[in-house]
Design a protein around this ligand. Sequence first.
Ligand code: CA
Length: 423
Amino acid sequence: MIKANDPNLESWVNVPVNSDFPIQNLPLGIFKTDHLEARVGVRIGDDILDLKTLHVLGYLDNLPFSIEAFDTKTLNVLMKKGKRASRRLRDRISDLLNKDNTELQNNAHHVEQVLSSASAAQVLMPIEIGDYTDFYSSKEHATNVGTMFRDPNNALLPNWLHIPVGYHGRSSSVIPSGQDIHRPKGQTKPSEDQGPVFGASKMIDFELEMAFVTFDGKPLGDSITTEEAEDYIFGMVLFNDWSARDIQKWEYVPLGPFLAKNFASSISSWIVSLDALQPFAVDTPNQNPEVLDYLKFEGKKSYDINLQVAITPSQSEETIVCNSNFKYMYWNMAQQLAHHTVNGCNVRGGDLLGSGTISGPTPDSYGSMLELAWKGTKPVPMADGSERKFIQDGDTVTMRGFCKNDKIRIGFGEVASKLLPSK
Ligand code: CA
């Protein structure tokens, strides 16, 4: 077991019961406060540990990081050091925050300098994303969409069970939790017998996804195997891949989604390492037919992460519309990364790879409004008495994710974003 994952560890920093951020998590992010410039921090309970100041005070000596890794607006510099170095950093922070370690704990003057209340901090975009790739790896989601738009008897296209299907997205519009978005405009074709029209999309949807961030990969021309893949994964975030279904339907043939998908994608603030998720590793669903050799893998490469989506209408209470789980994904991250690089395509530190919409087996676990309201035929009731087929102006979409066993809870916090009217 990784030492920092020991469920018996406790921190001298207060961690509320049911916090997503116990000492066994220690996710990284970027934050600033009224008197601190943007810098790298680690979330612990309701506080943020300031790694820049910690480094200045000498607590991070003997680690392969210079001050530039922490005195920065993105995690990219730190990520350049790779998996082993970030593991050592997590171990060191685990030690420093351990209630049995007095090194930092007993220096009240230092504690005051390195801990900030999360509620008083502004959490920023954690990484500068180079390339963004989105997969389509939930069998339930692909089956639902195929059933709605093509043929219930042949819902999956012939390649789907053989290839982790994906496409290249756009990184410029990946935004942090808390940043609101405007309803996009574009071309749609509302009826079969009339031409296309231009205007605000009428079918804005969320896509419940998770995404992983990569370390620097191998040089162009080389491939990452499923066995090596997790060494190239820095961590995971919650991911709302906003979609405009009416624009999508008209534009997507023959080259796939374009303007329906690239107007906004929201990520959660704290990057949770695969190490912290290790106690929740589970088997990937059975894959049949057998996959090609380069997609074969050994061990538990999927993760049991509970996922939830809530819609909060303007001036109203939230309604939970979906409960799903990351473990339902047919293709795991190791297979996605192996597939992505099998042709020699290189990934770089800070690339973002989305899972694709995560739908579970039951109708309450579908990961998009398209499926939850089944193409508008089953409107979803809201707590305030209204109903939704898609997302309305003023609605906030909130996604949460956490792992839990009888000893610990490792969470991601949330990704929340409000849909504002079209500009
Ligand atoms: Ca997507």
